[in-house]
Design a protein around this ligand. Structure first.
Ligand SMILES: [Zn+2]
Length: 480
């Protein structure tokens, strides 16, 4: 199918669904596989292979990156129980909603792709873990079924589900798989960690709305959840939908030359997205609740990765759920699809609060994306590295701005401190240092660099003909 037609189909599907947060879920689309990927062939006739300059640059990166630190690989596979005998999940509409197998070319042992940045290739391989994992006895995750993880807490009589994925179909498949492997249990509660659709959109795959209405199943969410689940993606919803295709490159074939990974997961499942409103809203900064025998301490963290988000601590298990506040990578301060610019300083402060509230004794940290970290020292190492990276981004960029560096220069000037660059959890993919540093200036000072000529710039339609004229017209430019 032509890309343009495919995009039209995806966008119309999105808009017809009537769920405003679909701009997130739209990312999956139908699966665009590439049969030549395993042989290293480019998917496009006119596609270029990496130049000698790119190859040299990638080689240099392999030498300077801390690739000898392989702890993430051990942690990503720890607790593996089983993987299903399928690699695709079908949507109710009949198309493929999820296809982890379309990335299997990444699994060739020892293969370096010169068309992929080595740091991204590493992350993309880590995100290939697929199936059911034990975090600790009583806490389980299914990974590789969607952009996010789905987490199951074994309560007295059933499962408490944390973040039921984007799509009903992937969430239902995950519930079925864990019940097959660990014994059938009813879902007694669902916790939404935050207001993004990859964390609630699949709720109808794990619970029946009638059971929520009757009070049989509780749905728990952070303060402000419904407002933000709707508003963050409605006011600029159409534009966000379009921009999302550029942010994630989801219309590209899955290939070493196309779509490789989304850093916090492989991709977004393309199934039915739904939302059942919460029945319990966590209003206080810190709030304790026991559900079906499981004691949970919630920490509201508004103004971090999402405007409505909360961490959860399980004191009886010394287990800390970091929502999407701490994952295997540094996140977006500025989200390319569009979102209000986030507050790196507040994010850092909320991680700091979590370190002092729970991080002193937590023996495991698990989250809605990426893989868990075990043993207190390692948990604290990752919490501290992310706290410090967000704080340094905010403070370091403002320091430079106060010295006269503008929004149009900052991405070439600001760098993450060397000590943090050597830690994988402080590296950027989803949110790059370049666009996040511009975001901090944008948040505090806005887009203007104080040059009068850039305050009200000409539109591309107005400026492009002038550039062409300045260069002597179209003919000489075409010769270049
Ligand atoms: Zn997410």
């Amino acid at each position: 199918m032509l890309f343009r037609n495919k995009m039209k189909l995806l966008v119309s599907g999105v808009l017809l669904c009537g769920i405003s947060t679909m701009s997130w879920a739209a990312g999956g689309g139908s699966v665009n596989t590439d049969t030549g990927a395993a042989e290293g062939k480019h998917f496009h006739d006119k596609g270029n292979y990496p130049s000698k300059y790119t190859i040299a640059l990638q080689k240099q990166q392999r030498e300077i990156l801390p690739l000898a630190d392989k702890r993430d690989f051990d942690e990503a596979k720890r607790g593996f129980i089983a993987e299903p005998d399928y690699r695709q999940i079908k949507a109710e509409a009949g198309h493929v909603a999820w296809d982890i197998g379309s990335y299997d070319w990444l699994l060739e042992e020892g293969k370096d792709f010169d068309s992929i940045h080595p740091s991204l290739q590493r992350q993309a391989i880590l995100n290939m873990h697929y199936g059911l994992y034990e975090v600790i006895p009583g806490i389980y995750q299914i990974r590789g079924y969607d952009l996010a993880n789905i987490t199951f807490i074994k309560s007295k009589t059933g499962w408490i589900v944390f973040d039921p994925l984007t799509a009903k179909e992937t969430a239902a498949a995950a519930l079925k798989f864990i019940n097959e492997k660990l014994g059938e249990r009813p879902v007694v509660a669902v916790v939404y960690s935050h207001s993004h659709a990859d964390h609630f959109g699949g709720v109808r795959g794990v619970v029946d709305e009638a059971d929520v209405r009757s009070g049989k199943v509780k749905i728990i969410a952070p303060v402000g959840f419904m407002d933000h689940a709707v508003s963050e993606n409605v006011y600029a919803g159409n534009a966000m939908n379009r921009r999302l295709f550029f942010q994630y490159g989801v219309l590209l074939p899955r290939s070493p030359f196309g779509h490789v990974d989304q850093s916090i997961g492989k991709n977004v499942a393309a199934g039915n997205v739904g939302l059942i409103p919460p029945t319990i809203v966590i209003e206080k900064d810190i709030e304790e609740l026991t559900v079906d025998g499981i004691k949970m301490v919630f920490q509201n963290t508004p103004g971090t990765e999402a405007p409505s988000e909360m961490n959860t601590y399980f004191p009886d298990m010394k287990a800390f759920w970091a929502a999407e506040n701490i994952t295997g990578t540094i996140h977006n301060i500025y989200t390319l699809r569009g979102a209000l610019v986030r507050d790196a300083l507040e994010w850092s402060k909320q991680i700091n609060n979590a370190i002092y509230l729970f991080g002193q004794e937590a023996e495991v940290m698990f989250a809605s994306h990426s893989w868990p970290r075990w043993v207190n020292e390692r948990v604290q190492e990752v919490m501290r590295s992310q706290r410090d990276t967000y704080a340094n981004l905010n403070n370091g960029v403002l320091h430079l701005a106060n010295q006269g560096i503008t929004i149009n220069q900052i991405h070439n000037v600001y760098e993450v401190p060397e000590s943090l660059q050597q830690q994988w959890s402080a590296r950027s993919y989803h949110g790059s240092v370049e666009h996040n540093s511009r975001a901090v200036i944008n948040r505090y000072l806005g887009y203007w660099d104080a040059n009068p000529t850039t305050l009200i710039p000409l539109s591309p339609e107005d400026s492009a003909p002038l550039y062409v004229e300045m260069m002597g017209g179209a003919q000489p430019i075409m010769k270049i």
